[in-house]
Every structure is written in structure tokens, then in C-alpha cells.
Design a protein around this ligand. Structure first.
Ligand code: ADP
Ligand code: MG
Length: 318
């Protein structure tokens, strides 16, 4: 088990990681989400042992990791870390880049390389020099490279940032299936929540260096607690209750996802359409209540200035 206990860290006197604690088990997939600058990369570097922490501890199977002040080579053996700016050897082939991390005594070396290239869908490029690959292809080779030694813990920083959507979904499915099958603990920093929602066992949300929540994806989505958290998943609406119920004097606002607001034929809450955005399987409609702009999903395009009645299906959170 990986245990992160009460860690704080600052590059200068200002702390950018503030008293973070969490635990993760072998085979888990933990997604760390947060806006850029919130501390995701710093947290991964602390766990890997690149940054020295004065406050708090990181331990693996009850053994405390000592960090960079105590080891000559930075990083832990049982862990692999893929930084945001991954580095590969440009003038050698894809196969050589990965093979470098597998012992030449290993009789299964070739088989292993093939297996890894299959996970990242790069078999056909095994003999291609890295410098001739696209950004997304390089990123896939970099992912295969960090898996070569079959670590116990894998830390990936924005691993799909250069990969186009067309390939991303298959890669995510194949990669996380593979990591589960090998019982590898994987911690991924991402600002793309689709990385997190479908696959993660737990989602850690950080804001300004603080861990603000640590929950399973379904629990986090259905009860997001704040607009900051909800906004990772959807175009969240924060609507004052007084806009929905004219008798309400509480001054409270409620969060609603666009798929929780529907058009109704009966008298409901009146809104005026501002715009319709085509989203493929639906339209995202922008409309205004009395004063508040909101977004909801609808199967068809609506006319600008059209008056509609809305019903609010399920309360998201207070
Ligand atoms: P994220 O990965 O979530 O975008 P980072 O961990 O990179 O966030 O950054 C967290 C904070 O630490 C930011 O305010 C950033 O400016 C600062 N920071 C990151 N790296 C350094 C560094 N090497 N020196 C000084 N400040 C840094
Ligand atoms: Mg980062």
C-alpha cells in the first residue's frame, strides 16, 4: 500500500502542497484532477522522490521513502514516473527505446516489447526512429517505456495530452485493462476528466495545493459539493433558488448539470433561448431565466429568443 501522510511542500517559502494525505492499494487507479497550477505535478514528483519534503511522509508497504536527500539516483526502483515532458532517444527506433529498459538476458525480451507495443497500439512502428514519429506517437512510446520494467507503482503526468481523441479512448481502455491485469498501482495527474470518470477507482481533486475531495467517480459526479469539482465533469449551472422559486428568500444557489434540466410542455420555469450549440448526439442550449444564464441539453435545435418552460430533474447539490 502507498501511504501519503500530511505532506506539505513549497519551492519557495510559499507552500504549493498543503497537508495532503491519502492511501492507495496495489492495482488501484487513482486520478488526480485539478486546474493547472493546483499542484498535480508537484505531488507526483514528491511521491516519486524527486523533491525533498520537510513535512509529512510517503511510505510503500509500511516502509518510509527517504526522498532525494538520501539517495544518489533520484526516484524509487519499484516506481516509474512519466513526466509531462517525456524524453525519448530520438535517433533510435521505438523498439530500442523500450528494449533499453529490459535486460538483454531476459529470454522474453522480444515478446515483452511486443506486448507493450500492443498495449499502446504501436507495433507497426517498432522499427521507426523516434524522431520520425508524431507527438502523440512519441507519447505512446513513452507510456510503453515506463511500463517496460513492470513497476509496482506507475506515476503518469498528463499521459494523453498529445494523443488525439480518435485514439485516446482505445488507448485508455487497453492501458488501464493491462495495468489492472498486472496489479500495478497507477496514479494519473490529468485535467481531462474522461481519463478519470470511466476508469478511476478514486478521484482526488486538488485546488491550490489542498486535497479537497477523494471519492469514487460516481459519488463525486452525483454529489460534487462545489462548482469547482462539478465543472470538471460538465458545463455546470449555479442557479440561485430564488430564480426557480419566487417565494425563496434563502439566497442559496444550487448546482445542476445540463442533463438535469429538461424542456417541459406544462407550465414550468420560464426561460428564453440565447443560443444552441451542436454537440453531436444533442444540442447544448444556452438560455436565460430572470437574470441567470444556464445551459441544458436538448435533442433538437431551438430558435433564438424562443420562450420555453423548464423542469429541474434532480437536485445536484447545495
Ligand atoms: P499542476 O501540475 O497542477 O499544473 P504544478 O505542480 O506544476 O501544478 O505547480 C504547482 C505550483 O507550483 C504552481 O503555482 C507553480 O507555479 C509552482 N511551481 C511548479 N514548479 C515550480 C518550480 N520548479 N519552481 C517554483 N515554482 C514551481
Ligand atoms: Mg502539471
Amino acid at each position: 500500500m502507498l501511504k501519503v501522510a500530511n505532506i506539505s511542500f513549497g519551492y519557495t517559502s510559499t507552500e504549493v502542497i498543503k497537508n495532503i494525505s491519502f492511501k492507495a492499494n496495489k492495482g488501484d487507479y487513482i486520478a488526480i484532477i485539478g486546474e493547472s497550477g493546483s499542484g498535480k505535478s508537484t505531488l507526483l514528483e514528491i511521491i516519486y522522490g524527486l523533491l525533498h519534503i520537510e513535512k509529512g511522509t510517503v511510505s510503500w508497504n509500511d516502509e518510509k521513502l527517504l526522498g532525494p536527500n538520501f539517495s544518489l539516483i533520484p526516484g524509487e526502483d519499484f516506481m516509474k514516473y512519466l513526466p509531462q515532458d517525456f524524453d525519448l532517444m530520438p535517433y533510435t527506433t521505438v523498439e530500442e527505446n523500450i528494449g533499453k529498459y529490459i535486460s538483454s538476458q531476459d529470454k522474453n525480451k522480444e515478446k515483452r516489447i511486443k506486448e507493450l507495443l500492443k498495449v499502446v497500439d504501436m507495433i507497426e512502428f517498432s522499427q521507426t526512429k523516434v524522431k520520425n514519429l508524431s507527438g502523440g506517437q512519441k507519447q505512446r512510446v513513452a507510456i510503453a517505456k515506463v511500463m517496460a520494467k513492470e513497476p509496482d507503482v506507475l506515476l503518469l503526468d498528463e499521459p494523453f495530452s498529445h494523443i488525439d481523441n480518435f485514439r485516446k479512448n482505445k488507448l485508455r481502455r487497453d492501458l488501464f485493462k493491462y495495468l489492472k491485469s498486472k496489479n500495478i498501482l497507477c496514479i494519473v495527474a490529468t485535467h481531462d476528466t474522461t481519463d478519470a470518470l470511466s476508469f478511476a477507482d478514486k478521484i482526488l481533486v486538488i485546488r491550490n495545493g489542498k486535497l479537497i475531495t477523494n471519492k469514487a467517480p460516481e459519488a463525486l459526479y452525483t454529489n460534487p459539493k462545489s462548482a469547482y469539482i462539478a465543472s470538471f465533469f460538465d458545463e455546470i449551472n449555479k442557479i440561485p433558488l430564488s430564480e426557480i422559486d419566487s417565494n425563496d428568500i434563502s439566497k442559496k444557489s444550487v448546482l445542476w448539470y445540463p442533463n438535469q434540466i429538461k424542456l417541459t410542455k406544462k407550465e414550468g420555469i420560464k426561460a428564453t433561448v440565447i443560443a444552441s450549440y451542436f454537440k453531436g448526439s444533442y444540442y447544448l442550449i444556452e438560455a436565460v431565466l430572470n437574470k441567470t444564464i444556464l445551459f441544458f441539453e436538448h435533442p433538437e435545435k431551438l430558435e433564438i429568443n424562443q420562450q420555453v418552460f423548464l423542469e429541474f430533474i434532480k437536485k445536484a447539490t447545495n
